[in-house]
Design a binder for this molecule. Structure first.
Ligand code: PLP
Length: 382
């Protein structure tokens, strides 16, 4: 039997290779490598798909967070609420903008930020909330908007794992004052390298980010802002613009594979293997498909992962250490026990193979293999 990889990007790229090659050669022919035509076209197309007015392409998702927060007027002295269980780049982006990250625990069923816990963390310095639409599912938009309004907070969305996810009629990136997306290669829409975008309906924020990303210059050699060098490369935009029309089909393919996993895994709930909850139907775009291996399971997460690997199935852990326990962020002042839900998730989560084009037969084999592993463990115990 052939192995099942954790992700397989070649399935997306092979049918598009000729088109991508031509798109790249067109950039070379034009020579507009920096902020070229394809950057403008892609920014506009991506913004349009999300229903937001402005898209500003930057060098990475991390920079999209840093420059986006800065353009929203947030910086040193401002506290920003951030989930403790996110990819570390959320925290890095926030720190680069100068704000103080205030970490918050999550809902154990979805792994999304817990707004009640967020409320407990508010101080007079709290200026914003940075919800992460983790694994491809949006933080409930209406609850988020009500929360932000009640506490006079700016919403800045981290949509790096939620390309065109939707919930309650909102699209990821269209809820807050501004939002960050990443085009890291393995995201639902990935470049052939780094890339990111800030989305906003505010002309002022859009203008500031266009300055920041380009040495702080509103016009050549006139530096009105303290800027940096962080632009979406034209070559990356040339790749992204070819892939963009397929994003919705790819998301649907992931969602269908996830629905099959959910159904097939149902009988394993008694054995302590439970998927995170999908509360948004087809609006969940499954950047990752996560199950929890709970303490009631006869095998722990690491044992299950090792045995799946022995049987040719690759999995991942996103992420094994919560942000507050990462060695480099000790100075934020947190310790073990501060965020029990996030800490339990880190011990229990396992990401099963998930990518557009993952077949029904492959999903079946992953689940059947899990059943075999559990049956073996139970018969050894008997
Ligand atoms: C990938 C990711 C980022 C950062 O994106 P880069 O383009 O790699 O800088 C930020 N936040 C989350 C949640 C991510 O998954």
């Amino acid at each position: 039997m052939t192995n099942i990889p954790f992700v397989d990007l070649s399935l997306q790229h092979e049918p598009l290779l000729d088109e991508i090659k031509q798109s790249l050669l067109d950039v070379v022919a034009r020579g507009d490598f920096i902020l070229g035509q394809d950057v403008r076209d892609f920014e506009q197309q991506f913004a349009q798909l999300t229903g937001v007015q402005y898209g500003i392409g930057v060098g990475s998702g991390t920079d999209a967070i840093a420059l986006g927060l800065q353009a929203c007027g947030l910086g040193p002295g401002d506290e920003v609420l951030i989930p403790a269980n996110t990819f570390i780049a959320t925290v890095i982006g926030a720190l680069h903008s100068g704000v103080t990250p205030i970490l918050v625990d999550c809902d154990p069923k979805t792994a999304l930020i817990d707004l009640e816990a967020a409320q407990q963390a508010i101080t007079p310095k709290t200026k914003a909330i940075l919800p992460v639409h983790l694994y491809g599912q949006m933080v409930p938009p209406q609850a988020l908007l009500d929360f932000a309004q009640a506490h006079h907070l700016t919403i800045f969305e981290d949509a790096a794992q939620a390309h065109l996810a939707h919930r309650e009629g909102y699209t990821a990136g269209a809820v807050g004052k501004a939002a960050a997306y990443s085009f890291y290669p393995s995201k639902n829409l990935g470049a052939f390298g780094n890339g990111g975008i800030v989305l906003t309906d505010s002309e002022d924020i859009a203008h500031k980010i266009r300055c920041y990303r380009n040495y702080g210059a509103a016009q050549k050699y006139v530096h009105t802002e303290l800027g940096t060098n962080s632009r979406l490369d034209t070559l990356q935009a040339a790749v992204l613009k070819v892939k963009l029309p397929h994003l919705q089909d790819w998301n649907l393919s992931r969602n269908q594979a996830a629905a099959q996993y959910d159904k097939a895994l149902n009988p394993l709930a008694d054995s302590g293997i439970t998927p995170l909850e999908n509360q948004s139907g087809t609006g969940h775009i499954y950047h990752l498909y996560i199950v929890r291996i709970e303490p009631s399971c006869p095998l722990n997460r690491d044992e299950i992962q090792a045995q799946l690997s022995d049987r040719g199935i690759s999995t991942g852990i996103h992420y094994p250490i919560p942000c507050h326990l990462q060695p480099a962020y000790h100075h934020l002042g947190y310790q073990e026990g501060d965020f029990p839900q996030a800490e339990a998730l880190c011990r229990e989560i396992l990401s099963l193979p998930m990518y557009p084009g993952l077949s029904e037969a492959q999903v079946t084999r992953v689940v059947d293999t899990l059943k075999e592993i559990l049956a073996d463990a139970q018969s050894l115990r008997a």
